[in-house]
Design a binder for this molecule. Structure first.
Ligand code: ADP
Ligand code: ADP
Length: 226
């Protein structure tokens, strides 16, 4: 389980985040809401890429952030696999080397799927010798997901991973995300403003607006009207 409680305010900006929720230990928790509602801010705080003014983040009881107690675990020690809108692969390295970089970052004792298993899961075996520039946007995202998974994270964080793709590519990548969700034995926090992605992937839903949680719960219990 990922427990999140955050208060944040940016300088020179009227935006105020005041949000708390708990993501279950398995499956996809979607942070859903319109642009500017605070989704990326929450994800960045969970990853340790942003220090909120106040808050607490705990993963399976392990405290990653607790401003009241003066605890801030550095991002590289949080073992979060993060995937952004753009794949952020190393452009000069082959797909295989990009993936093996993920594996190299995995702690020796960490359990998780092996290289072949991840390649098969994401259907990227035929791309291993290629460079990122020669891939479609959807293929690049599948490689980014593989690299994140191979680092054997304790949780996966995805910030609008399909938002930069056109509709056809999104449709192509969605089934791979669903397979990843079913295979991953860790919480997945998934930021999106797209209802189709909530429908296809969400197990647990956190609905946000203006930095606040409007509703939270198992997806079947929350009726979304847009
Ligand atoms: P979302 O991911 O839902 O689009 P964000 O978390 O990116 O929302 O942004 C929430 C609000 O905070 C927006 O009003 C945005 O302009 C503002 N914001 C985000 N990052 C910064 C920053 N680094 N400095 C100042 N304001 C920011
Ligand atoms: P996303 O598309 O993931 O919501 P954004 O495009 O909102 O991301 O933001 C991209 C980057 O710009 C983030 O690092 C965010 O913190 C920063 N940012 C967003 N809004 C502002 C803002 N008003 N002022 C400064 N930085 C911002």
């Amino acid at each position: 389980m990922v427990e999140v409680a955050l208060h944040h305010r940016y300088d020179r900006d009227g935006f105020a985040l005041e949000a708390a929720f708990a993501a279950p230990p398995r499956g996809v928790t979607t942070l859903f809401g319109p642009s500017g509602c605070g989704k990326s801010t929450i994800l960045a705080a969970v990853a340790g890429l942003l220090r909120p003014r106040q808050g607490r983040v705990a993963l399976d009881g392990m405290v990653l952030l607790d401003t009241a107690a003066g605890i801030f675990v550095a991002p590289e020690r949080r073992r979060c696999g993060v995937v952004f809108q753009d794949a952020r692969l190393f452009p000069h390295l082959s797909v295989e080397t990009n993936l093996r970089y993920g594996l190299r970052r995995a702690p020796r004792e960490a359990e998780g799927p092996g290289f072949e298993e991840v390649v098969a899961l994401l259907g990227i075996g035929h791309l291993l010798a290629r460079r990122p520039a020669g891939l479609s946007g959807g293929e690049r995202q599948r490689v980014a997901l593989g690299r994140a998974l191979l680092s054997r994270p304790r949780m996966l964080l995805m910030d609008e991973p399909l938002a930069a793709l056109d509709a056809a590519r999104r449709t192509e990548v969605l089934p791979f995300l669903a397979r990843l969700r079913d295979a991953a034995r860790m919480p997945i926090l998934y930021v999106t403003h797209a209802l189709e992605e909530v429908d296809a992937l969400a197990d647990h839903l956190v609905v946000l607006d203006h930095g606040r949680v409007l509703a939270e719960g198992p997806v079947a219990e929350i009726a979304l009207r847009t």
